[in-house]
Structure formats: structure tokens, C-alpha cells
Design a binder for this molecule. Structure first.
Ligand code: GLA
Length: 400
């Protein structure tokens, strides 16, 4: 009787949170850096240490970035008991020492695995080893897991991601779970209970308005990815975000294009995961990535994904509701020519029906704060005339 009771109590404690993701993580879109877009499989200890060092010295940490995430190809073999190890040549000090280093900078560490037999880069995947890998990550001090979807024939996405969710929960260390199955299985419909963010598309690449066809799959430019977010805003909110992929800011687009890319990711409450070489950034790249006024729009506590309000020729007008009844508005010039437009606030009826929020410019006059020029530029009483260079943006915060 007594043993049964003890057994029951143990079972209750043990299973209390089993089958639930860690709550209270990613209450605003995660911010950080990931190795893939710039370094692909060429990762090693130094690359990750540099990212951590420069995340601090560039001012990115002060601006809110905190996750240093190593993507594919860090893996070595599994040991004789099946535990995963880091590639010994590239990580001679071992993964635990590297993670301790990142933590010593006041940053968090993210790692990468795959729900299938192998990762997309051909390294060992977590299939059949989910609980073992979660234990290893927890022991090493991992704070974030990006979990990919290569080599998964025969698996169902929701179930496979639930297995890793449960494994992380059992391992006991709060770890953000980043679902990466490219939007193939409508993760927005089931992701909220399973992870903290989910990719909505295939991979991004450093081009503003392009698609590169690889046969069975494509890589997409910034505008193509932006367009694919249509219809998904209702699924995002604190703790569960649509992820339009890591950023390409600083990876070769023009400064205007980088600014537009960063701005739109802020407007749609996307995770802000830089993907460039932090050790070799231009001042323009730093200024874009650390624009605190823009980041405040992305990190607004309401966590509402912005929406396209209207299109005026090549210019799209996007609105995002913010706390204290404020708004952000962005004019995005998608075209290859400079655009001149006039916007008469009093003729506009901005309504976020999903959240029942309205900006009524006849009832309320908002002050305009130019988020890229960092200055106040009048209010919404008068119409504004804008000149927007090609592939660039004008963004205002509407202050009450
Ligand atoms: C997939 C993911 C990318 C990256 C690579 C690594 O393509 O979508 O973001 O993680 O795998 O191989």
C-alpha cells in the first residue's frame, strides 16, 4: 500500500509537466545570431566564440540579442552508448566548454539537430535518440534547439516535434524549441503547443526580390518570404511565433535592401536572428541591426504581428499595433524606382479586426517619430509627402 502510494506520488510529480512545452519562454520574438546563412558547414569553436565576442562589443547584446546558435555540422560521432559528441577537430575543447564561454559573456546558447536519421548536412539526426539528445543538451547547458526536418520519411511532423518537446521537458532545462519543417505541414496550426517558433517557408538567401529553383525545392528572397506570411498573423503571439527565417542583413544586399528586410521582420514580429559575420560588420550593418527604436517595434509586449494595410502602386503600407494604443507604420517600396506618394491620414481607416484595434486619425492626432532618422517629424493632422528610394522603407512610430 505504502509503496503504491509513493509510486503514485512519484508518478504525479514526474508526469506533471510531461507533454507540455516550457511556458514563459520567448514572450517576445527571440533575438540572436545563427551560423548557417554565412558559414554553412564551416563552423568551428572560433567562429562561435567570435560571434559571442562581437555580439557584445558591437552593441548587439545591449540592443537585445542574446542567443548564439550553432546550426548544422557541429556533430561528431555518437559514442559507444549512443551519446552525441561534437566534431573533435573543429571543437577541440568540446561543446560544454564552448557553451560555458558563451554563457560567461552573459549570452545564451542554441544548438541544432534534426528529427530524422540525419541532418540536412548529413550529420547524425535525433530520430530514436530524442530523449538521449535532450539529456545531453540539458547537461551541456543548451538554451535553444533548432530542430530540422531532413531524412524524415515515414514520420509525421506534429508527432515528431512533440516527441522532442517531451524529451526536452523531461530533461528539465528550459530550452526554446525552434520548429524547422519549412511550413510544409502547416506548423502554425499545431505549433503553439509544441514549440516557441516555427519556420513558415523554405530557406531564405541574400537577394531582395528573387527565387532560386533547385529542382525539388527553392530558396527565396526577402520579398518572396514576406509574401508567404500572408494569412498567418492570427497564429503568432507571446511564446509562439511565425518564423520567416534568419536574417541576411550584412550578407551582400544593398544597405537600403538590408534596412527594408530588417524593418519588415520587425513589423511582422519575426524572430530577429542575424545571419552575418559579426566579426566583420560595416557600420551600416551595425546601425541597422542595433536600431533600438525599430527593435522596440519588434519586441513590443503585445506581440501582435503587423499587417499589410494597402498598396499604392509599388508601395505597400504596413501597420502594427503597439502597447499604449500606439502604432508602427511602414511604407515599403518594392519597386526598382524611387516612389513619391502622398498619404492623408484623415482619409485612412486603419482597423486590425483580429484584435479589434483601430487607428482613427479623425479622433486622435498621433505624433510621428521617424524610426530610421531618429527624429520627430510632425503629426497626423496634415498629410505627408514621401519620397521612398527603391527597395527602401520609411517607418514611423505613431505616438499618442
Ligand atoms: C535546412 C534549414 C536551414 C539550415 C540547413 C542546415 O535547410 O532550413 O535553415 O539549418 O538545413 O543544413
Amino acid at each position: 500500500m505504502k509503496t503504491k502510494l509513493i509510486g503514485l506520488i512519484f508518478l504525479l510529480i514526474f508526469t506533471k509537466n510531461f507533454g507540455q512545452k516550457f511556458e514563459n519562454l520567448a514572450q517576445t520574438p527571440p533575438m540572436g545570431w545563427n551560423s548557417w546563412n554565412k558559414f554553412a558547414c564551416n563552423v568551428n569553436e572560433q567562429v562561435i566564440k567570435d560571434a559571442a565576442d562581437y555580439m557584445v562589443s558591437s552593441g548587439m547584446k545591449d540592443a537585445g540579442y542574446n542567443y548564439v546558435v550553432i546550426d548544422d555540422c557541429w556533430h561528431g560521432e555518437r559514442d559507444s552508448l549512443g551519446f552525441i559528441t561534437a566534431d573533435k577537430e573543429r571543437f577541440p575543447s568540446g561543446m560544454k566548454a564552448l557553451i560555458d564561454y558563451v554563457h560567461s559573456k552573459g549570452l545564451k546558447f542554441g544548438i541544432y539537430s534534426d528529427a530524422g536519421w540525419q541532418t540536412c548536412g548529413g550529420r547524425p539526426g535525433s530520430r530514436g535518440r530524442e530523449f538521449q539528445d535532450a539529456q545531453t543538451y540539458a547537461k551541456w547547458g543548451v538554451d535553444y534547439l533548432k530542430y530540422d526536418w531532413c531524412e524524415t520519411e515515414g514520420l509525421k511532423a506534429e508527432g515528431a516535434y512533440m516527441t522532442m518537446r517531451n524529451a526536452l521537458r523531461e530533461a528539465g532545462r528550459p530550452i526554446v524549441l525552434s520548429i524547422c519543417e519549412w511550413g510544409d505541414n502547416q506548423p502554425w496550426e499545431w505549433g503553439e503547443d509544441v514549440g516557441h517558433l516555427w519556420r513558415t517557408t523554405g530557406d531564405i538567401y541574400n537577394c531582395f526580390d528573387c527565387e532560386e529553383n533547385h529542382g525539388t525545392w527553392s530558396s527565396f528572397g526577402v520579398l518572396q518570404i514576406l509574401d508567404m506570411q500572408d494569412g498567418l498573423r492570427e497564429y503568432a503571439g507571446p511564446g509562439h511565433w511565425n518564423d520567416p527565417d534568419m536574417m541576411e542583413v550584412g550578407n551582400g544586399m544593398s544597405v537600403n535592401e538590408d534596412r527594408a528586410h530588417f524593418t519588415m521582420w520587425c513589423m511582422i514580429a519575426a524572430p530577429l536572428i542575424a545571419g552575418n559575420d559579426l566579426a566583420n560588420m560595416s557600420q551600416e550593418t551595425i546601425d541597422i541591426l542595433t536600431n533600438k527604436e525599430m527593435i522596440a517595434i519588434n519586441q513590443d509586449p503585445l506581440g501582435i504581428q503587423g499587417f499589410k494595410y494597402k498598396t499604392i502602386g509599388e508601395v505597400e503600407v504596413w501597420f502594427k499595433p503597439l502597447q499604449n494604443k500606439e502604432w508602427a507604420v511602414t511604407f515599403l517600396n518594392r519597386g526598382n524606382e524611387e516612389q513619391k506618394i502622398t498619404f492623408d491620414w484623415k482619409n485612412e481607416k486603419v482597423m486590425d479586426e483580429l484584435n479589434n484595434l483601430a487607428a482613427n486619425f479623425n479622433e486622435t492626432t498621433y505624433k510621428l517619430r521617424d524610426v530610421w532618422k531618429h527624429k520627430s517629424v510632425g503629426n497626423t493632422k496634415n498629410r505627408i509627402k514621401l519620397t521612398i528610394p527603391a527597395h527602401n522603407v520609411v517607418t514611423y512610430r505613431l505616438l499618442k
